[in-house]
Design a protein around this ligand. Structure first.
Ligand code: ATP
Ligand code: MG
Length: 417
């Protein structure tokens, strides 16, 4: 037997309906906010993520699946969705089209991490990116889209945390303050944070090491260092969220993983999935498109981890509707009856009815068992008596009621049942 690679998962038929449902709600929610789908490749030139994620992030430092292809190019499997979208936005000149460009994607992502519940090496994200608006209402709208999506799925017990990490100007001042504050404890920081403190000090706040968390617990708050413009922007975002009736908490320690975030950052954190509690993260990235050689174009977006989301729904006991139920199973009792059942199943399917029949020559009892297992709503028995009379003996599997239906009315009878 060959095993699945560490940190990857099969989605088996008993669970795949959950994925289909979550993805459908994602698409419907995005569409209802006038957001259109974009599909970018699963792999990119490594450079895309060096630029678009940033060289001081955990993703770039530790987590990328990078390899040389047979043409000696450095290729990386996408660890997140934003960088590829930014590359595509610039390469395809979308900045010259209708703005804002409101985009969404559902995509696999790859990160070399230590696998645990809700943390995989291949996982999936539903993400939204809005490019071309500096106004705080696009921040608020994007946050509300994420919240609407979670609510439509029946997610409860999530808290929305927001923060502003200002612009590069504000950050310079804050970085100095943070460096000064941390200087006494520099030796106690983990090696990565020592490096961060030099290259991108704010990222020490995002460290997963509990020792570092203790040291930064009372660090100065970025919110005391942001400029007038960033402050006004942050206040407007809060005002709009209040208008929309969206509850939130301000958490100055949220800085997010990526280097090119500016101003608003946010996370939806669940109380239900244990250690990996952040189900959605996002923020504004006004410097990213220019980083890819495009004209200065502001952006804001988020990504939800679908595995974590489904884990959360399972833990909450939220029932996800299975929309793939079989409507009718036709149970023939002989060879001739089988041919008729085959013909009727074709007819039912042509008319949009989910129908199934025997494929292994089971006896009638076993066929009923099978029909029950696949969740068939009706079973239509065709024995020699029925065949001669031109009818199906239709049994409603829920209430046990039976009736005879002539072959020619079967489609209508089942459709209207
Ligand atoms: P974490 O702090 O948990 O490592 P992150 O900041 O690295 O998260 P993002 O880059 O913001 O995560 O990705 C957005 C979302 O994608 C996360 O909130 C999470 O739901 C999901 N996600 C990230 N990494 C993984 C992973 N390795 N396995 C499963 N889901 C993940
Ligand atoms: Mg991570």
């Amino acid at each position: 037997m060959i095993n699945i690679p560490k940190g990857t998962k099969d989605v088996l038929p008993k669970d795949s309906y959950k994925w289909q449902y979550v993805e459908k709600i994602a698409r419907d929610t995005a569409n209802s906010f006038a957001v259109n789908e974009i599909r970018t490749p699963t792999f990119e030139h490594t450079e895309v993520f060096l630029r678009g994620v940033g060289e001081t992030t955990d993703i770039v430092n530790k987590e990328m699946y990078t390899f040389m292809d047979k043409g000696d190019r450095s290729i990386t499997l996408k660890p997140e969705g934003t960088a590829g979208v930014a590359r595509s936005f610039v390469e395809n000149g979308l900045y010259a089209g209708t703005l804002p460009a409101k985009l969404f994607y559902i995509s696999p992502c790859f990160r070399y991490e230590r696998p645990q519940a809700g943390r995989l090496r291949e996982f999936h994200q539903f993400g939204v990116e809005v490019l071309g608006s500096t106004l705080p209402n696009s921040d608020a709208e994007t946050i509300i889209l994420a919240k609407t999506f979670l609510e439509k799925l029946g997610v409860k017990n999530v808290t929305l945390y927001i923060n502003s990490i200002g612009c590069p100007e504000c950050r310079k001042k804050y970085a100095e303050a943070l460096k000064t504050y941390m200087s006494d404890n520099y030796d106690k920081l983990c090696d990565l944070c020592k490096d961060r403190l030099v290259k991108n000090p704010m990222r020490v706040l995002d460290c997963k090491n509990p020792e570092c968390n203790k040291l930064t617990a009372n660090a100065p708050s970025i919110l005391d260092y942001i400029c007038e413009d960033c402050k006004n922007h942050f206040e407007s975002v809060q005002k709009l969220l209040k208008i929309a009736g969206v509850e939130f908490k301000i958490n100055p320690n949220i800085v997010r993983g990526l280097d090119y975030y500016t101003k608003t950052v946010f996370e939806f954190v669940s109380e239900n999935i244990g250690v990996q509690s952040t189900v959605c993260g996002g923020g504004r990235y006004d410097k990213l498109i220019a980083e890819f050689g495009g004209p200065d174009t502001p952006g804001i977006g988020f990504a939800v981890g679908i595995e974590r989301l489904i884990l959360m729904l399972d833990n909450l006991g939220v029932e996800i509707p299975n929309e793939n139920k079989v409507k009718i199973y036709l149970a023939p009792m002989g060879e001739k009856e089988s041919e008729k059942a085959f013909e009727l199943v074709c007819e039912l399917r042509k008319n949009g009815v989910v129908a199934e029949t025997d494929h292994v020559g089971r006896g009638i009892k076993a066929q009923f068992k099978y029909a029950d297992k696949i969740g068939a709503e009706f079973v239509g028995v065709i024995g020699s008596f029925e065949l001669e009379k031109g009818v199906v003996k239709l049994k409603n599997m829920k209430d046990g009621q039976e009736m005879e239906v002539v072959f020619s009315s079967l489609v209508d009878a089942v459709k209207n049942a």
